[in-house]
Design a protein around this ligand. Structure first.
Ligand code: AVJ
Length: 304
């Protein structure tokens, strides 16, 4: 899958690579470093919103809910919820990285011996069978924090929300959504002074070198991230700093000086834009929590 998608993306006239491949072990580590940067406001702002409103959030989700987390990673924010939920029926972490999944399941079962954890190792955008918990489920609630929804273009975002609506019919979705704001704040968040985001972006080439027998020279590419206001998104690119030919196994890929590989989009929404997108997928906004500066939002949407 990785090889096919990489080759296809780089053989396109407009080169691109899927952002989901950032997150191998080193990539996940670099992302955690990003989350601690002064410039990167989303993580700490979302955590602050959750902490400030946790009892209200837990009471909206209600007792005996089955919490289904899409892309659970290390499940850090989840603990906040698990601490506050009234006798949850179970926790279903869906995570593509087996190592991360096993690690977080082990530590969660330690910390929450009463909780039934039903892990699914899968790509959460695909199909998976929901496991049956032994406790009675009052409501299924999907949890999708971190503003990862921002990585999806509009149409795929709506498609994904529709899929959640099917999985959690009669329940809801708790989601973190990054908001539109001063362009300079956005720019700084994706162009940190220490260059961690640049390292994170360039690591994708390193991963391709390691896993697909390629010979990208990292010094010959530059990190370039900017806010595209017309499209309401951060675009992250790797720009070729020279005319060059790169090999991926037997395949040759040529780059012109200045040619870019588009590696990530991170869409930003207003509250009403997101409500509209969600409504189109059959989800109704019930409650929105934000920080005092309105940088970020945590939203609970219900599914009929
Ligand atoms: C994890 C996808 C939400 O888009 O802000 C951080 C990833 N990319 N810095 C984001 C990311 C560059 C992040 N998401």
């Amino acid at each position: 899958m990785f090889r096919e998608e990489v080759l296809q993306g780089l053989q396109d006239s407009r080169k691109e690579l899927p952002s989901k491949y950032f997150y191998d072990d080193k990539g996940s580590y670099l992302f955690e470093q990003i989350c601690e940067l002064d410039e990167y406001y989303p993580t700490r702002t979302e955590l602050g919103i959750m902490q400030a409103n946790i009892s209200e959030i837990a009471s909206l989700l209600g007792p005996q809910c089955l919490l289904i987390e899409y892309g659970s990673g290390s499940s850090t924010k989840t603990r906040l919820l698990l601490d506050a939920l009234q006798s949850p029926a179970g926790y279903v972490p869906i995570e593509i990285s087996k190592e991360q999944l096993l690690r977080s399941v082990a530590s969660l079962t330690q910390a929450y011996p009463q909780l039934e954890v039903l892990p699914i190792c899968a790509d959460y955008t695909g199909d998976f069978a929901l496991p049956n918990p032994s406790k009675l489920v009052f409501r299924r609630v999907a949890y999708f924090p971190g503003s990862t929804i921002g990585n999806f273009d509009r149409e795929p975002a709506q498609h994904f929300l529709r899929q959640i609506a099917r999985t959690c019919r009669g329940g809801g979705l708790l989601i973190g959504v990054d908001l539109k704001k001063d362009f300079n704040i956005l720019h700084r968040a994706y162009n940190d002074a220490q260059g961690v985001t640049a390292q994170f972006n360039l690591h994708l080439l390193e991963r391709i070198n390691q896993e697909l027998d390629a010979d990208f020279q990292l010094a010959h590419f530059g990190h370039y991230a900017f806010y595209n206001p017309g499209q309401s998104r951060i675009e992250m690119h790797l720009v070729s700093l020279t005319n060059q030919v790169v090999h991926i196994g037997e395949v040759e890929i040529s780059f012109k000086l200045g040619e870019s590989i588009w590696t990530e989009s991170s869409y930003k929404y207003t509250l009403s834009e997101f409500a509209q997108l969600a409504a189109g997928a059959g989800l109704t906004m019930q409650h929105v929590w934000t920080d005092p500066q309105q940088l970020f939002s945590v939203q609970y949407l219900s599914i009929a």
